[in-house]
Design a protein around this ligand. Sequence first.
Ligand code: AHM
Ligand code: MG
Length: 337
Amino acid sequence: MTNQIITLTRHIIEEQRKHPEATGKFTDLMNDIAFAAKLISYHTNKAGLMGVLGEAGSVNVQGEFVKKLDVFANETMVYALDHGGHTCVMASEEEEDIIPIPENFPLGKYVCLFDPLDGSSNIDANVSVGTIFAIYTRTSPEGRPGILEDCLQTGVNQVCAGYVIYGSSTMMVYTTGNGVHGFTLDPSYGEFVLSHPNIRTPKKAKIYSVNESNFDYWDQGVKNYIHYVKQIDKETNRPLNSRYIGSMVSDVHRNLLYGGIFLYPASALAPNGKLRLTYEANPMAFIIEQAGGKASNGKKRIMELKPESLHQRVPLFMGSSDDVKIVEDFIQGKREN
Ligand code: AHM
Ligand code: MG
C-alpha cells in the first residue's frame, strides 16, 4: 500500500536521479519549502480563530504577540531556507531588498524568490490563498553571498517553480521543466502525496478571470477582447464563464485544471498592471507553459522579459494557449472582434 503512495520527497529524489551530477541540495531545498508550506498551511487554517485566539497585531491570552499571517509566512519561508547550505540569496514580496544568508550559515548555489502569501487581503473571508516560489541557479561566483543580479534573471532560467494553495485542501504544484505535478497534503500524516501527476491544461479556455471593475481604465484591445469572450458563438464555445476570486494562485489553479485565461492587464491606473514579474508572473508562467499553456504580457512571452528591479510589475495574460494567442492579437490590434 505505502508503495503506491508517492510522496513529494520521493518524486523529487526520483527526478534528481535522472541527473547524475545532482548533489541532493535541490532535494534538500524542496524539502525545506515543503516544511515551510506545512507550517503556513497550519496557521492559515487557524486564521478564522484569530478573533478567538487574538487579533493580528495584538497580544493573545498567552501573552504572545500575534503576527499578521503574511508576516508570519515570510518569516517562515526565510527561516526554512536560510540555513541549509543550498541558497546564496533570497527575495520576497514582503521585503524591499534582497535577503542575504546570515553569515554563520553556509552558502549554496540556489536563489529563491517567493511571494509568501499571495492574496492575503482575502484571508479574513476564508478565501484560498497561496505561496509562490521560483528557483534559479546563481550567476554570480560561488563562495560569496548572492547579489541582486542573481535575483534578476529572466524566467527562462528558472530551474524550478511552484505554488502552494491553501484551499479546501493544501496542495503543492511544481515543475522543474519536466511537466507539472500536484501533491495534496494529507493532514493525517503530514505528507504531500502525488495526487495530480503530469497536469495538462486544456488548449481552449472555458473560463476567463479578470477584475472587470477596471474595464474603463483598460486599453481598447483588452476591452475588445473582453467583449469578444462574452459574445454568443457556439462554435468557439462562447461566452466563456466568468470566475474571479481575486487570489491569483486560486484563480490560476482552477483555470489550469479546467481550462481558462487569467488576465491582469495594464490600465490607466496601473500602467504596468499589478502583479510582479519575478516572484508572481515568472513562476506561474513556467508552470502554465509546462502544462501546455502560454503566458504573455500581451506582446512578449513573460519568461523572456529581463527583470530590471525586484518588485517590477508586469501586465499578465496566461492560461489556455489558444486564448492567450487571441488576447495577444486583440492587444496588438490584429483584430477587433
Ligand atoms: P498581493 O500580492 O498583495 O496579495 O496582491 C496580489 C493579488 C493576486 O492574488 C490577485 O490576482 C490580485 O492581487 C487581485 O487584485 P485586484 O483586487 O486588483 O483584482
Ligand atoms: Mg502577491
